[in-house]
Design a protein around this ligand. Structure first.
Ligand code: RBF
Length: 369
């Protein structure tokens, strides 16, 4: 009984397999019908997707407020946008360098925008939103997305501000450890140096104060010597300033000076002083002397912004602040320039501070802009 049941079941399986392998004419028609249906459906879906992607075009003007070379924030923005355009055929990117004459920037921006060729203008500079607001009055459909800036309430402008007070805190803390530490070029004075190209609110209210606050977490007696070059390109002037600062006891420098910073590096190499850098990996610029580099995830932010812009997901009129906790500002600890040139005790103290900062265990108030 059980045996005959099993053989009946086996026979029906065999029949099903035979029908599938050698279908009769009706079965063939049915299979062909479903196969064709499947093919039509798939082709339809792919075509719809391609049409949708082709519909989403984005034309971007990257407006460089200065020149790209020598300014990490601009280099990373331009690279990020160009790489995005390589990966997205429907995205068109034009890089425009406005040069160092700030008095001409607004007019240049107006001329570029007047062509009507660009869906968005992308820039990276704290002074840009005001110029965009002025130009935007004449071109009400133009949209502007500016990073490294804070501006709210204008429906044509979106901004993203890096919390540079936080980067200043940890770079200042490292400078404090260096100037008070036992290192070959460190002297007995507790004096750190800051060379800036020009005064502007982000620098004066957050970056320089953050650098000194960070150093004073190490030792409240540390003093800062801060000087202004008056140019983002004049390396000779920066070299002279650095020379005078070393005469007054500075043994560790930082700078926000674009290409002019090369002069400070030259002096540090000639006389022996240390450097900590903002925003990008500069260990190789003066091996043994550049002992710490922060990193700004500008490329990552630019890529995210362009993805959102392509999807039409940018919210205008608002500003967002991104910093250490959000993962947009950090420090490069895995470079030989850091690992080989700082004593282990300094690195240990510094990394504890970094961890504490990331975990919210350091208490500080970011000064308002
Ligand atoms: N940073 C640069 O690296 N290169 C520049 O040429 C440059 N020009 C600037 C011009 C103005 C008017 C302002 C306000 C800032 C400029 N910055 C420049 C600073 C830059 O936008 C940013 O604040 C710093 O790099 C700190 O992240």
């Amino acid at each position: 009984m059980t045996g005959s049941l099993a053989s009946t079941r086996r026979d029906s399986y065999l029949d099903a397999i035979k029908t599938f392998l050698y279908p009769d004419i009706n079965m063939k028609r049915i299979i062909t019908f479903f196969l064709l249906l499947f093919v039509f459906f798939t082709v339809g879906c792919v075509k719809k997707q391609t049409r949708e992607q082709a519909d989403k075009k984005l034309s971007v003007l990257v407006f460089i407020t200065g020149v790209t070379a020598g300014s990490p924030t601009y280099e990373l923005m331009a690279q990020g946008a160009l790489e995005f355009a390589v990966l997205h055929q429907n995205v068109n990117v034009k890089i425009y360098e406005a040069g160092f004459n700030q008095a001409e920037w607004e007019q240049q921006l107006g001329e570029m925008v007047s062509s009507g060729d660009y869906d968005i203008v992308l820039g990276s500079n704290p002074s840009l939103p005001e110029l965009c607001a002025n130009v935007g009055k004449m071109f009400p459909d133009q949209k502007f997305i500016i990073v490294d800036a804070q501006y709210e309430g204008n429906p044509q402008i979106r901004t993203y501000l890096y919390n540079q007070y936080e980067q200043s805190l940890f770079l200042g803390y490292l400078a404090g450890l260096v100037t008070t530490g036992a290192m070959p070029h460190a002297n007995s004075q507790k004096r750190i140096g800051f060379i800036a190209a020009q005064e502007y609110p982000l620098l004066t209210k957050q970056i320089v104060p953050g650098f000194l606050d960070g150093a004073r977490f190490v030792d409240p007696a540390i003093e800062i010597d801060r000087r202004i070059v008056g140019s983002w390109a004049d390396a000779n002037k920066a070299a002279e300033l650095a020379w005078a600062m070393m005469d007054s006891g500075v043994d560790v420098f930082t700078s926000i000076a674009g290409g002019a910073a090369r002069g400070m590096i030259k002096t540090a190499q000639e006389r022996g002083a240390y450097i900590v850098s903002y925003n990008t990996n500069e260990y190789g610029l003066a091996p043994g002397l550049v002992v710490g580099c922060g990193i700004m995830e500008q490329k990552k932010l630019i890529t995210e912004i362009l993805s959102d812009a392509l999807e039409g997901k940018i919210q205008y009129g608002v500003s967002e602040t991104v910093g250490v906790k959000e993962g947009y500002l950090s420090f490069i600890t895995d470079d030989p320039g850091y690992l080989n040139n700082l004593p282990a005790d300094i690195r240990e103290k510094f990394e504890i501070f970094l961890d504490d900062l990331r975990a919210g265990r350091i208490s500080y108030t970011v000064p308002p802009l």
